[in-house]
Design a protein. Structure first.
Length: 352
């Protein structure tokens, strides 16, 4: 097992006569045994970053270290990592056993040890009864398990996952998510998990890196990311329904929106601020001065989402399933000051 660190890591791809920079100087440290999820929209550079760790892409500038070792110039095979991809990448003509054993055979591992390792990985992943089958005779979930088993049998210093669950249906994804978490608890192997799915990132990561446009916006625990987002991008990317953002003026430490009778103590340092409120922190209060009219009511089962049009803009509330409001109802809204997030209106960064 090992730590992993990024030092000013940059990636440029050749484009026409010049280059296109897609990763813009990543600095981050991942501790030995940690599980870090990298989350961001499609095209933000997640796979590129992971592939640079694996040695499948050159590093244009900066340094990647596994443990104390700078790996920039090392071949993939010399890095002691195992990678699990979205498309499984199994050999169709080989049995499950041979797929899992292949990397070990290449390393000239003695047969009894290969059998022991594959046997153990298969038993952890409940594949023992399927070892003679070909990938074509397996379900999508079982194939993904084989891909994970192959990585596990390697007993690498580092696990890299690139959207491994994206090809599975929603129910199976939830099951496999728990499986990956158990696997990490059991193996303790340092893991980096790339996904575009914020729920996967939140549930799996002991820390989460939120990426956008080749830049890490914030690296923190799920609690940091959710409760102390570094900027409006992180604030609105994580959480569903998304955080409400309202623009207003802060004068003399008091935040207000003209015509909305919304008054809260605000950071005194700036004039224009954005108030962020999570849907679960916006509550209906009969006599609150901030008024609005319900436009849409969406039951989801455990919660009901209520959209309200106000003079400050349209907002979304997460209420319990018993809520009785209907479209057209006039309601008052309130926010506990402790649940207000404040952002600078121009930089969109969090205000202390
Ligand atoms: P993600 O995995 O977050 O969806 P990628 O790392 O695959 O994003 O891609 C990041 C950016 O780099 C995208 O704009 C993509 O088009 C570009 N890119 C990826 N691979 C190449 C390549 N081989 N040549 C040129 N551009 C590439
Ligand atoms: Mg990708």
């Amino acid at each position: 097992m090992a730590s992993l660190s990024f030092h000013g890591v940059i990636k440029r791809y050749p484009q026409g006569k010049g280059t296109l920079q897609v990763v813009h100087g990543i600095d981050a440290g991942i501790r030995d045994g940690e599980f870090v999820a990298i989350v961001g929209p499609s095209g933000c550079g997640k796979s590129t970053l992971l592939r640079m760790v694996a040695g499948l892409e050159d590093i244009s500038d900066g340094e990647i270290r596994i443990g104390e070792r700078v790996v920039n110039a090392l071949e993939p095979a010399e890095r002691d990592i195992a990678m699990v991809f979205q498309n499984y990448a199994l050999y169709p003509h080989m049995s499950v056993f041979d797929n899992m054993a292949y990397g070990l055979k290449l390393r000239k591992m003695p047969r009894p040890e290969i059998q022991a390792r594959v046997g153990k990985a298969a038993s952890i992943l409940e594949l023992s009864a399927l070892l003679d089958r070909k990938p074509g005779q397996l379900s999508g979930g079982q194939r993904q398990r084989v891909a994970m088993g192959r990585a596990l049998a390697r007993q690498p210093q580092l696990f890299l996952f690139d959207e491994p669950l994206s090809n599975l249906d929603a129910k199976l994804r939830v099951e496999m998510r728990a499986e990956i978490k158990r696997l990490h608890l059991a193996s303790g192997i340092t893991s980096v998990y790339v996904t575009h799915d914020q729920v996967e990132a939140m549930t799996l990561g002991s820390r989460i890196a939120v990426m956008k446009g080749g830049v890490v916006q914030q690296l923190g625990t799920p609690d940091d990311i959710y409760n102390r987002p570094a900027n409006t991008y992180v604030a609105t990317f994580i959480g569903s329904p998304t955080m409400n953002l309202l623009r207003g003026a802060a004068t003399g430490g008091q935040f207000g929106i003209q015509g909305a009778a919304l008054n809260l103590a605000a950071p005194a340092s700036v004039n224009e601020v954005l108030l962020g409120v999570r849907p679960e922190h916006l509550v209906m209060q009969d006599r609150a001065p901030w008024r609005g009219r319900v436009s849409v009511v969406e039951p989801t089962g455990p919660d009901t989402y209520v959209m309200v049009d106000t003079a400050a803009g349209s907002v979304t509330l997460r209420t319990d399933a018993q809520t009785r409001v209907q479209p057209g109802d006039a309601v008052g809204l309130a926010v506990e000051p402790a649940n207000a997030h404040w952002f600078d209106a121009s930089s969109e960064n969090r205000l202390a």
